[in-house]
Design a protein around this ligand. Structure first.
Ligand SMILES: NC(=O)c1ccc[n+]([C@@H]2O[C@H](COP(=O)([O-])OP(=O)(O)OC[C@H]3O[C@@H](n4cnc5c(N)ncnc54)[C@H](O)[C@@H]3O)[C@@H](O)[C@H]2O)c1
Length: 238
């Protein structure tokens, strides 16, 4: 199988690339050109290849299709790339709102549209999106992020019934996972996020990656339009 993983140079994306490669996929590791060195490292570790592009570029879908075609066509795409730009709503600048919505939601919609309109998937293709429990519950200071991640869930629900040829779409909604993204959260909020679950600790990127691998598996034919929380029973949105 050929898999494309966006945001694969670090964090959850890096773990997804490793797990899908372990399961036998050739993984095309996609990230922004500034992350080329880490992208090369991850792809080197798993015998994958790299695609250094911004997923918001107008031709991102075309480039993804071409890169996968060189490996026998696209079987799995994991829309993992995402950013936060946290501000309370009163302090939220329109450009920060737009940036987060564009990367976390609109880029996924555009890439999916391109691939689905241009026969971009092999039969029984798998689309797996990364939402967040913030997209289920909302979160103070994250209205842009929460709206984008709620949008991802809406996109999955909308897309699932219109897919053909055995293609499926599902999403995971991680809770607090230990990555550079959560390392940037102020100390007190970070500790609260880390402990507000039945494990009283943050999750690891591999926890999310293993659930994504389930959705990506060819055995998951009957799973379509689902959203699974990977959050250690976090109280947020419970
Ligand atoms: N860490 C958590 O607790 C957590 C919780 C819920 C959801 N998530 C989601 O999981 C995903 C991965 O998060 P992470 O914690 O590994 O974050 P991270 O910041 O460590 O990694 C995100 C990666 O996405 C890449 N990226 C950002 N914008 C891009 C673009 N326009 N084009 C291509 N690549 C781009 C970045 O370069 C980076 O390598 C994100 O969608 C995030 O919202 C994370």
């Amino acid at each position: 199988k050929t898999a494309v993983v966006t945001g694969a140079s670090r964090g959850i994306g890096e773990a997804i690339a490793h797990v899908l490669s372990r399961d036998g996929a050739h993984v095309i590791c996609l990230d922004v050109p500034q992350q080329q060195a880490d992208l090369d490292r991850v792809a080197g570790e798993i015998g994958g290849s790299t695609l250094a592009i911004d997923i918001t570029a107008a031709d991102a879908g075309e480039k993804i299709k071409a890169a996968a075609a060189a490996q026998g066509g696209l079987d799995i795409i994991v829309h993992n790339a995402g950013i936060t730009r946290d501000k309370t709503l009163a302090n939220m600048k329109p450009e920060l709102w737009d940036l987060v919505i564009n990367i976390n939601l609109s880029a996924i919609e555009r890439v999916n549209d391109y691939l689905l309109e241009h026969e971009g998937f092999n039969a029984n293709g798998r689309i797996v999106c990364v939402s967040s429990i913030s997209g289920i519950a909302g979160n103070l200071g994250q209205t842009n992020y929460a709206a984008s991640k709620a949008g991802v869930i809406g996109l999955v629900k909308f897309t699932a019934p219109i897919l053909k040829n055995g293609v499926t779409i599902n999403a995971v909604a991680p809770g607090f996972i230990e990555t550079q993204m959560t390392a940037a959260i102020p100390f007190a909020i970070r500790e609260a996020g880390r402990r507000m679950n039945s494990m009283s600790q943050g999750g690891l990127p591999v926890d999310v990656a293993e659930t994504i691998a389930l959705f990506a598996s060819s055995a998951s034919t009957g799973l379509n339009g689902n959203v699974v929380r990977v959050c250690g029973q976090s109280l947020l949105g419970a």
